[in-house]
Design a binder for this molecule. Structure first.
Ligand code: B1M
Length: 215
């Protein structure tokens, strides 16, 4: 697909036009475009523009919510596409992933979960606003090899460190790797809280998890 297509896709998010978004995404799927390109070169650029305008006080929460709904409709179709593109093979490892307590952003976390799944990991997505105890429970119940935590907000960042501390208390930290991600998460912060890696986007997360689990 060309730049004009990705620009149009970004514009549907900015305009809050879900009908046109779904039409364009279906069209792209039919033409066998790379679904991750549609997210990163198209939809994510649109939501970033709305997010920047929201941060600058140019647009307000209802417009941000509308834009996010359009983005979500588009990514849901693309996530299905990403998941079904994964080759059926023995799982490379078991992952639990979620957005930490205090944060309801789920688009980026879900994209990361789908891309990991498509790349051969068995992924259990435990959702958004996840309590510390719920992370621990999910890691234990699923016998996970790796825990992924996401946040886009600054305040809940500290929760990531609290989950890691709890994992230590429960004796889980020696055998379970931890990757963190989301726009406020830096390498420095990740090492401060004792995470094993930080993922900057979905492809980076796959690369880092691969290194952590020796794949
Ligand atoms: Co909110 N929001 N939002 N929001 N929102 C941001 C994050 C913000 C930067 C906007 C701004 O002010 N410019 C700002 C945060 C400021 C801060 O804390 N520093 C903000 C705010 C303030 C808020 C509210 C507090 C607003 C309010 O109520 N006053 C509120 C939060 C309430 C809460 O959570 N308790 C809120 C609400 C919302 C909506 C509900 C409207 C909606 C979310 C809808 C949804 O998820 N279902 C929303 C959106 C859409 C955004 C922006 C515009 C876009 C986020 C997004 O979906 N990006 C965002 C602006 C921004 O990020 N610059 C913003 C697209 C997605 C593909 O990228 O999520 O970054 P991203 O994920 C990437 C990477 O980060 C990485 O890979 C992903 C794929 O490439 N990644 C990982 C993410 N997690 C990872 C985990 C990994 C590895 C990589 O390993 C485990």
């Amino acid at each position: 697909m060309d730049q004009e297509y990705f620009d149009k896709l970004a514009q549907t998010v900015i305009d809050g036009d879900s009908e046109e978004c779904v039409r364009l995404v279906k069209d792209g799927i039919q033409q066998r475009m790379n679904p991750l390109d549609a997210i990163e070169k198209g939809l994510a650029r649109g939501i970033m523009k709305v997010g920047d305008d929201f941060g600058a006080g140019v647009v307000f929460l209802p417009e941000l919510i509308m834009a996010a709904d359009v983005m979500k409709k588009g990514t849901e179709l693309l996530d299905e596409q990403i998941a079904s593109s994964g080759l059926k093979r023995e799982a490379l490892g078991k992952m639990v992933i979620g957005t930490v307590k205090g944060d309801i952003h789920d688009i980026g976390k879900s994209v990361v979960a789908s891309v990991l799944q498509a790349n051969g990991y068995d992924v259990v997505d435990i959702g958004i606003d996840v309590e510390i105890e719920a992370f621990i429970k999910a890691v234990k119940e699923n016998n996970a090899d790796c825990l992924g935590m996401s946040t886009l907000l600054t305040l809940p960042l500290q929760v990531m460190g609290e989950v890691i501390d709890k994992m230590k208390e429960e004796g889980l930290r020696d055998r379970v790797k931890v990757i963190v991600g989301g726009c406020p998460v830096t390498e420095e912060f990740a090492s401060e809280i004792g995470a094993d890696a930080v993922g900057f986007d979905a492809a980076d997360a796959v690369k880092k998890v691969g290194v952590l689990l020796g794949n």
